[in-house]
Design a protein around this ligand. Structure first.
Ligand code: SAM
Length: 389
């Protein structure tokens, strides 16, 4: 595909995204049907579509409309590329620009310029304070690719050397002693020998820093209450030997965890709701709750354009319920760690305040926040210690 044909394909995908179809589903369907497209084309179209989603509002303003074509036009203007070089009307590229399109488009207002979802601007401003502008600016660009070195199988130096033999260049990242930032061939990671042998996992550096902050030393029984695919379960197991139980309301989400654990050389047991109810309490329960995902909007930008006020309110209710259920599984003297990848106070400190008012047996031990300004995604983590008796 020519660069112009990739742009036209991205425009058609963006039209479907605008109509409400999930971006990932649109791209998967296109990739399945596009027999003429090679892997580089697929990657390029994917990158273009997600780049525009990250700059949803500024692209619409600069392009003078909300169609895929207008947004692509605005996106190209926004990154300083001349759209006329791609909108040539040749081959499978987009039709040449009409006079109205050339004249259309205006500088975005300050909120659109930072591509902040209007419905959450107030929350984000209040939560981030002086960091609002620089954080929103970072969320307009792609996330770096980070790896977590699996200390059960390799040191960070070993992992770096193994990756380098496959042309994957990395540098250590200061956010965590296990974090590597990929500086060359990030797309080769998932197919690499180092990955197949369990030396590394793909995991954001702040997510690793969050696990570093958990008081795992001395714990014997650990429950990951919202384990999902088990990213944090495996990060904990890579650092500290203990009995790890993984639970999630969705069995489908947990499903890849056992194969991942085997590759990592870690021992993790899945626990459904009934099994969990029969388990004695744990020394440490991690509740990595579902959230707005606002801290990870550059990695998963879909949430930025889809999150509604009603979704958000439902998430707050879910987070409270999860905190209560997870607290029930903490042994006297043990720890409840509540975490989100949200930048918003309502999901973070405010939830903890509500929890502490309901559960006087717990006291706040530490609170940590990471934003994309630290290099990785935005995360919140708090350690709540249950009284000894
Ligand atoms: C932020 S994700 C977890 C990510 C995971 N810890 C990781 O590091 O890869 C939140 C998870 O919470 C799960 N979840 C939602 N409601 C839940 C509930 N009531 N009980 C347990 N898990 C729940 C979701 O299915 C989702 O997998």
């Amino acid at each position: 595909m020519t660069p112009a044909a990739r742009v036209q394909t991205a425009i058609e995908c963006l039209d479907l995204v605008t109509r409400g179809e999930p971006t990932e589903r649109v791209l998967l369907r296109w990739a399945r049907d596009a027999r003429h497209a090679g892997s580089k084309d697929r990657a390029a179209v994917r990158d273009l579509v997600f780049d525009v989603v990250r700059r949803w509002w500024s692209s619409a303003a600069l392009g003078g409309g909300e169609t895929g074509r207008a947004r692509m036009l605005g996106y190209l203007r926004g990154i300083g590329e001349d759209p006329a070089t791609l909108f040539t009307g040749q081959g499978y590229g987009p039709a040449t620009l009409g006079e109205a399109e050339i004249a259309a488009g205006a500088a975005p207002d300050p909120l659109a310029a930072c591509d902040c979802p209007p419905d959450f601007a107030e929350d984000l401003r209040a939560s981030l304070g002086a960091e609002f502008d620089p954080v929103m600016e970072l969320l307009r660009s792609r996330a770096p690719v980070f790896l977590r070195v699996n200390l059960l199988k390799a040191t960070r130096d070993d992992a770096q050397s193994a990756l380098a033999t496959e042309g994957i260049e990395t540098v250590p990242h200061p956010l965590s002693p296990t974090a590597l930032l990929v500086t060359a061939r990030p797309r080769a990671v998932a197919g690499s020998r180092a990955f197949a042998q369990g030396l590394i996992e793909l995991q954001d550096a702040a997510s690793q820093a969050l696990v570093d902050a958990l008081p795992l030393a001395g714990t014997r029984r650990v429950l990951d209450y919202c384990a999902g695919g088990g990213g944090k379960t495996l990060a904990m197991a890579g650092r500290h030997r203990a009995l790890y139980h993984a639970h999630d309301i969705s069995a489908a989400r947990l499903q890849p965890l056992l194969a991942r654990a085997e590759r990592a050389g870690a021992s993790v047991t899945l626990r459904g709701a009934d099994e969990l109810a029969a388990e004695p309490p744990y020394d440490l329960v991690l509740a990595d709750a579902p959230c707005s995902g606002s801290g990870a909007w550059r990695r998963s930008p879909e949430g930025k354009i889809r999150l509604s006020r009603a979704d958000f309110d439902a998430l707050l209710v879910q987070q409270r319920a999860i905190l209560h259920a997870a607290a029930d599984k903490v042994i006297a003297g043990g720890v409840l760690a509540y975490a989100t990848c949200s930048l918003m106070r309502a999901e973070n400190d405010a939830q903890v305040e509500l929890f502490l008012a309901d559960w006087p047996a717990f006291r706040l031990e530490t609170v940590r926040n990471w934003t994309p300004l630290d290099g990785g995604d935005g995360f919140f983590a708090t350690i709540l210690r249950k009284g000894a008796s």
